[in-house]
Design a protein around this ligand. Structure first.
Ligand SMILES: NC(=O)c1ccc[n+]([C@@H]2O[C@H](COP(=O)([O-])OP(=O)(O)OC[C@H]3O[C@@H](n4cnc5c(N)ncnc54)[C@H](OP(=O)(O)O)[C@@H]3O)[C@@H](O)[C@H]2O)c1
Length: 320
């Protein structure tokens, strides 16, 4: 068990240094999935948390993780957290998450570079950075994607053993309330016959844990990761099946995409292929085992999110 010290840092005596990974964002979606997968695979996890007394931090400690208190804005805390670990899972919040963290693209880039620089300085043996699925060369024009390309370039420029994963759109994101499910509709970016890749967050954890387990094989690689590929129509059909009632699929309306510059830009880089995601799912399954199809996710880990979205009285559909 972990124990709180006076400076609010949890003792890490239960860690096995050569099998310890420092996980950033462990109270969040990706970091949480990575922490659980590593713990299941027998790694020691040191979770970097802003508030060790928060409920999610305590949950991590109860699962067996050690907690270190710190903030990405405080490089000294980042450096202290890296002492003696084998690996680092690097993730930063982004401006794309709106007001949740109030972070700018410049801050995201600074945090991502600091984590990589300090991992090198502290002799970390393997850093895994999670980016986003982007194809093609040069900037996309969307700040929270271009920030990740800049961090990727920095990570690759260092004499540090590293792997970059580029996750597709999270299945969890698809079920944010406001997509019209309460009105028997589902609105998203894809055209009815346009294919897009998506990933279950738990698969990010499984893949990253496997990458840490075999650094020789995965070091130096940038890996596009996805669990399934669906068209807009597929989304409507799978949601209809899971909800047990008809769900009509629509692409976000032209009016919405014109009036909301952020959504409009996202739609344009989906349409021009920059955000299409090109993961080879069959090859990923050979390396990492079975990945989660959207229908299975809706009937399993996504079921509570589906129920919430079905009941949400918040309809972007009215903007169609
Ligand atoms: N949604 C998608 O489809 C998608 C796809 C690919 C990539 N992404 C990218 O994924 C990233 C978000 O990942 P996520 O959804 O796993 O995040 P999340 O669930 O929102 O969690 C964010 C985590 O970052 C921590 N955090 C925030 N500010 C911090 C700071 N100053 N210092 C230390 N920790 C801090 C939070 O800790 P607290 O508990 O203290 O708040 C939390 O653990 C973004 O960069 C996004 O652009 C998203």
């Amino acid at each position: 068990m972990s124990e709180l010290t006076e400076n609010n840092t949890i003792r890490t005596a239960n860690e096995n240094g050569s099998r310890t990974v420092l996980v950033f964002g462990a109270t969040g979606q990706q970091g949480g999935a990575v922490a659980s997968a590593l713990l299941s695979d027998g790694w020691s996890v040191r979770a970097f948390v802003r508030n060790p007394s928060a409920g999610k931090a305590k949950e991590l400690a109860s699962l067996g993780a050690s907690l270190v208190a710190g903030d990405l804005a405080d490089p000294l805390s980042v450096r202290a957290a890296m002492k003696g670990v084998h690996g680092v899972f690097s993730i930063q919040p982004s401006s794309g998450q709106g007001a949740a963290y109030g972070i700018t693209d410049e801050q995201e880039v600074r945090y991502g570079k600091v984590v990589a620089d300090l991992a090198l300085a502290e002799g970390v043996r393997h850093l895994v950075y999670t980016s986003v699925a982007i194809s093609g060369e040069g900037p996309t024009g969307l700040g929270h994607f271009d920030s990740k390309l800049e961090i990727e370039d920095h990570v690759r420029s260092l004499a540090l053993r590293s792997t970059i994963v580029r996750p597709a759109t999270f299945m969890e994101l698809l079920l944010l309330p406001g997509m019209g499910l309460d009105q028997g509709a589902y609105n998203f970016f894809l055209l009815p016959d346009q294919a897009g890749q998506i990933i279950a967050v738990r698969d990010i954890g499984k893949i990253v844990a496997a990458v840490f387990a075999d650094p020789e094989r995965f070091a130096g690689r940038t890996i596009e990761i996805a669990s399934d590929e669906v068209t807009g129509k597929d989304l409507g059909e799978k949601l209809t099946h899971a909800a047990g009632r008809p769900i009509e699929y629509y692409r976000f309306s032209d009016t919405l995409l014109r009036e909301n510059a952020f959504l409009g830009k996202l739609a344009s880089i989906i349409d021009d292929g920059r955000l299409a995601a090109n993961a080879d799912i069959a090859a990923l399954e050979q390396d990492f085992g079975t990945l989660t199809r959207f229908g299975d996710w809706l009937a399993g880990p996504g079921e509570p999110l589906l129920r919430t979205a079905l009941d949400a009285k918040d309809a972007m559909v009215t903007l169609r």
